[in-house]
Design a protein around this ligand. Sequence first.
Ligand SMILES: [Zn+2]
Length: 103
Amino acid sequence: MYCEDCKTLFEGGQCPNCVGKHVREVAENDDCFLIQKEMLWGEMLADLLRQHEIPFYYKPVLGAGITMSVGAYQDSYRFYVPYPQLGAAQEIVDEVFSNVNEE
Ligand SMILES: [Zn+2]
Protein backbone atom coordinates (compact mmCIF):
# COMPACT_ATOMS: atom_id res chain seq x y z
CA MET A 1 0.00 0.00 0.00
CA TYR A 2 1.03 3.58 -0.60
CA CYS A 3 0.55 6.65 1.59
CA GLU A 4 -0.23 9.82 -0.36
CA ASP A 5 0.73 12.02 2.57
CA CYS A 6 4.33 10.95 3.14
CA LYS A 7 4.87 8.73 0.07
CA THR A 8 5.78 5.68 2.08
CA LEU A 9 5.25 2.13 0.86
CA PHE A 10 4.10 -0.28 3.53
CA GLU A 11 2.02 -3.35 4.24
CA GLY A 12 -1.30 -3.19 6.01
CA GLY A 13 -4.13 -0.70 6.18
CA GLN A 14 -2.55 2.32 7.89
CA CYS A 15 0.67 4.23 7.26
CA PRO A 16 3.18 3.42 10.05
CA ASN A 17 5.07 6.63 9.35
CA CYS A 18 2.49 9.41 9.57
CA VAL A 19 -0.67 7.42 10.38
CA GLY A 20 -2.20 9.18 7.39
CA LYS A 21 -5.54 8.14 5.97
CA HIS A 22 -4.83 8.87 2.32
CA VAL A 23 -3.81 5.32 1.54
CA ARG A 24 -4.21 3.45 -1.73
CA GLU A 25 -2.57 0.89 -3.99
CA VAL A 26 0.74 2.07 -5.37
CA ALA A 27 0.80 3.16 -9.03
CA GLU A 28 3.61 3.02 -11.59
CA ASN A 29 4.18 6.76 -11.62
CA ASP A 30 4.22 7.30 -7.87
CA ASP A 31 7.25 8.73 -6.15
CA CYS A 32 8.16 6.67 -3.12
CA PHE A 33 9.96 7.61 0.06
CA LEU A 34 13.32 5.85 0.02
CA ILE A 35 15.23 6.84 3.11
CA GLN A 36 16.06 9.72 5.40
CA LYS A 37 19.74 10.47 5.88
CA GLU A 38 21.85 13.14 7.52
CA MET A 39 23.18 15.75 5.16
CA LEU A 40 26.64 14.21 4.81
CA TRP A 41 25.33 10.77 3.84
CA GLY A 42 22.59 12.38 1.81
CA GLU A 43 25.12 14.06 -0.49
CA MET A 44 26.90 10.75 -0.94
CA LEU A 45 23.70 8.90 -1.69
CA ALA A 46 22.67 11.56 -4.21
CA ASP A 47 25.96 11.01 -6.06
CA LEU A 48 25.43 7.25 -6.14
CA LEU A 49 21.89 7.55 -7.41
CA ARG A 50 23.13 9.84 -10.18
CA GLN A 51 25.84 7.34 -11.09
CA HIS A 52 23.22 4.61 -11.38
CA GLU A 53 21.00 6.95 -13.39
CA ILE A 54 18.14 6.60 -10.97
CA PRO A 55 15.89 9.65 -11.03
CA PHE A 56 15.23 11.03 -7.58
CA TYR A 57 14.63 14.15 -5.58
CA TYR A 58 15.18 15.01 -1.97
CA LYS A 59 13.89 17.49 0.51
CA PRO A 60 15.64 18.82 3.57
CA VAL A 61 13.88 18.06 6.81
CA LEU A 62 13.53 21.54 8.22
CA GLY A 63 11.25 23.17 10.72
CA ALA A 64 10.31 19.95 12.44
CA GLY A 65 11.64 21.05 15.80
CA ILE A 66 14.40 18.45 15.67
CA THR A 67 17.23 20.96 15.47
CA MET A 68 16.22 22.72 18.63
CA SER A 69 15.63 19.61 20.69
CA VAL A 70 18.87 17.87 19.77
CA GLY A 71 21.15 20.89 19.61
CA ALA A 72 23.98 20.11 17.18
CA TYR A 73 21.83 17.77 15.15
CA GLN A 74 22.50 18.17 11.46
CA ASP A 75 19.75 18.66 8.98
CA SER A 76 18.66 15.56 7.08
CA TYR A 77 17.37 14.83 3.62
CA ARG A 78 14.40 12.74 2.70
CA PHE A 79 14.89 10.90 -0.56
CA TYR A 80 12.16 10.01 -3.02
CA VAL A 81 12.46 7.83 -6.13
CA PRO A 82 9.90 6.69 -8.72
CA TYR A 83 8.21 3.43 -7.80
CA PRO A 84 9.78 1.42 -10.69
CA GLN A 85 13.24 2.43 -9.44
CA LEU A 86 12.57 1.83 -5.77
CA GLY A 87 14.04 -1.68 -5.73
CA ALA A 88 17.29 -0.63 -7.38
CA ALA A 89 17.61 2.42 -5.15
CA GLN A 90 16.98 0.31 -2.07
CA GLU A 91 19.80 -2.03 -3.09
CA ILE A 92 22.21 0.90 -3.30
CA VAL A 93 21.12 2.08 0.11
CA ASP A 94 21.57 -1.39 1.61
CA GLU A 95 25.00 -1.76 0.05
CA VAL A 96 26.31 1.62 1.10
CA PHE A 97 24.91 1.84 4.59
CA SER A 98 25.55 -1.75 5.62
CA ASN A 99 29.25 -0.96 5.21
CA VAL A 100 28.89 2.24 7.16
CA ASN A 101 27.56 0.35 10.14
CA GLU A 102 30.83 -1.54 10.48
CA GLU A 103 32.78 1.53 11.53
ZN1 LIG B 1 2.22 8.32 5.60
